[in-house]
Design a protein around this ligand. Structure first.
Ligand SMILES: CC(C)(COP(=O)(O)OP(=O)(O)OC[C@H]1O[C@@H](n2cnc3c(N)ncnc32)[C@H](O)[C@@H]1OP(=O)(O)O)[C@@H](O)C(=O)NCCC(=O)NCCS
Length: 175
């Protein structure tokens, strides 16, 4: 894929049709890097408006309401982050409040660390004072991402390390 160097800071924003090209190329490259199916990208490309609509606003999955954000710099899509508004007993063991990924072409450049930091402000705005974030015990990159954002270890469950993170007040400059 052609990487367009992002200009300026990236932000967590609601899914948007504006980043269609970079979303599709980034997710395709990510699927190929991971060896996962790419067949969902065809329908997504055919009706990207509907694809975005299906990911917008507050949705329900895992038995809880959740909101999806895309991490974007200009027109460049970098990754996806999901905030679950509350926990079920199962999510309170493993799964937690936040899930995320950075697409392969943009990994190892600090994006996940900054994206999770931005999410902690969103979480505070949503009324969450602390959040549970969990990662597979073998996922060194995710563990480092969580620790870099103040994660405090709270044991393991179902093959995942558990961490609590205090959410952050937005910087007045960003309001
Ligand atoms: C985990 C993930 C989000 C990290 O994204 P990223 O943008 O590459 O992360 P960062 O650049 O902020 O790196 C965070 C740390 O992990 C390290 N890291 C990143 N990728 C790594 C890898 N493949 N192996 C070892 N360390 C890695 C970085 O060097 C950095 O360490 P440092 O703080 O010591 O410099 C990304 O690899 C990903 O999307 N993976 C698949 C989905 C996933 O695992 N999601 C998390 C579920 S809990």
């Amino acid at each position: 894929m052609d990487l367009v160097e992002p200009v300026g800071p990236a932000r967590l924003i609601p899914p948007t049709v504006r980043v269609k090209a970079s979303y599709l190329s980034g997710e395709r490259a990510d699927c190929l890097a991971r060896g996962t199916p790419t067949d969902w990208l065809g329908p997504a490309s055919d009706d990207f408006d509907a694809f975005v609509e299906e990911r917008s606003g507050v949705r329900t999955r895992w038995g809880v309401p959740y909101t999806t954000f895309w991490y974007v710099c200009g027109d460049q899509y970098i990754g996806t982050l999901v905030i679950r508004h509350r926990l079920t007993p199962e999510l309170a063991e493993a799964g937690g409040h936040i899930g995320y990924h950075v697409v392969a072409p943009w990994q190892r450049q600090g994006h996940a660390t900054r994206m999770l930091g931005a999410a902690l402000i969103k979480c505070r705005q949503m009324g969450l004072e602390r959040v549970l974030v969990t990662c597979d015990v073998g996922n060194i990159a995710s563990r480092k991402t969580i620790l870099a954002n103040g994660g405090v270890a709270d044991g393991q469950a179902r093959g995942e390390y558990r961490f609590w993170i205090r959410t952050q007040e937005p910087d007045p400059i960003d309001l």
